[in-house]
Write a protein of this length. Structure first.
Length: 367
């Protein structure tokens, strides 16, 4: 350099912009935090605008108001939905995120477990929930379906409280469908059981929402016998029986709800119910059609302990009990019967059932 030089440096403020808008009522909040945020303000449309350094780590959080619950973050740039709240991501480009809230009146504080304990204490005896399995009749005798009633209602409760439960693509349960049926049934129960404690109305609505014939019959019979009131099951939404009843598979993992209950455990009954509720809504926890012994392979179709022969219908691998008559269309190994060597598939591709004349019940054999 031969002589002095004068250099002018020009800096351009060019932050990445994050805009948070909302789909929800006034009062809900959504915020972004992160060390790379340089400035924030509210624009004329009421959106939250953040200016940040490119590559900043951002955490989004949202809070609803009464009856309005966070549902999803919708990233308009890549049309992506994110259900986590809070949610962290790296801001590499200008983004608009719409915060979606859902209106769900009636689920705040919903606790069907506690409601059922009240139901039993009022009508029969306190502390009997672990042994109370009344929603299946055979020949006018109450025999139960293998899952304590309170556990079935706890599963429904979990579906109602989690807006993101959705196994409907594979024929399983979904929050939106269950919630729609629940609200309709609760409104009907409040009319049919007017004057009763709200907890009893909720229990009636819950049995109707589970929806299988045994649950509907049980709560109808209870209404007549205990309250001298009439519940007409045809006035209720009972189609969730296809996902919530004991012989169905809520999370479509090839394990029936009965199977999930049979394989749940806990140091207390309440803990077991909680673990059942979790596994019945977690398709990563394999059912009777997954894992060792599933589908094809050793011990399936032929061999010891299956169909006929040693160990039939009892011993290791014995599963849940099913009613005497298979559903219409279910295959059976004999026409008339059942006999001690009879089997049925109940239309289920990953299970088979042996007739146990000593019970007498169909017994699911776990493959």
């Amino acid at each position: 350099m031969d002589d002095d030089k004068y250099i002018t440096a020009t800096f351009v403020y060019d932050p990445v912009v994050l805009t948070l808008s909302r789909f929800g009522p006034p009062g809900v909040t959504m915020t972004a935090t992160g060390s790379g945020i340089l400035d924030s303000y509210t624009n004329a449309e009421g959106d939250q605008v953040y200016e940040a350094l490119e590559g900043s780590q951002i955490e989004l959080s949202a809070t609803g108001v009464t009856d309005w619950y966070f549902y999803y973050w919708y990233f308009t740039t890549d049309s992506g939905f994110e259900p986590e709240n809070p949610y962290s991501f790296q801001l590499d480009e200008t983004q608009e995120v719409i915060t979606l809230f859902a209106y769900r009146p009636g689920i705040a504080g919903l606790d069907l477990y506690a409601d059922f304990q009240y139901f039993l204490a009022e009508l029969w005896a306190e502390g009997q929930e672990a042994n109370w399995d009344k929603n299946l009749k055979e020949s006018e005798q109450i025999v139960g379906n293998g899952i304590p009633d309170i556990a079935e209602l706890a599963l429904l409760n979990a579906v109602l409280l989690d807006l993101h439960v959705d196994f409907s693509a594979d024929g399983g349960v979904s929050h939106s469908d269950a919630y729609s049926a629940w609200t309709s049934n609760l409104s009907r129960a409040q009319t049919d059981l007017a004057g009763l404690d709200k907890r009893l109305q909720r229990i009636a609505a819950a049995f109707m929402t589970v929806g299988d014939a045994g649950s509907v019959t049980y709560i109808q019979d209870t209404a007549v016998a205990e309250w001298s009131l009439t519940l007409n099951g045809t006035n209720y939404e009972t189609h969730n029986k296809e996902t919530l009843s004991s012989t169905k598979d809520a999370d479509t993992d090839n394990g029936t709800n009965s199977y999930e209950w049979g394989n749940s455990s806990g140091s207390t009954f309440a803990e077991r119910v909680g673990n059942y509720r979790q596994s019945a809504l977690d398709e990563s926890i394999g059912g009777s059609g997954e894992g060792e012994g599933e589908g094809e392979g050793e011990g399936e179709g032929e061999g010891e302990g299956e169909g006929e022969g040693e160990g039939e219908g009892e011993g290791e691998g014995e599963g849940e009990l099913y009613p005497q008559d298979p559903p219409v269309g279910a295959e059976k190994s004999s026409g008339d019967g059942p006999t001690g060597n009879d089997w049925a598939d109940f239309g289920k591709p990953f299970a088979y059932f042996l007739w146990d004349p000593t019970t007498p019940r169909w017994v699911e054999q776990q493959k």
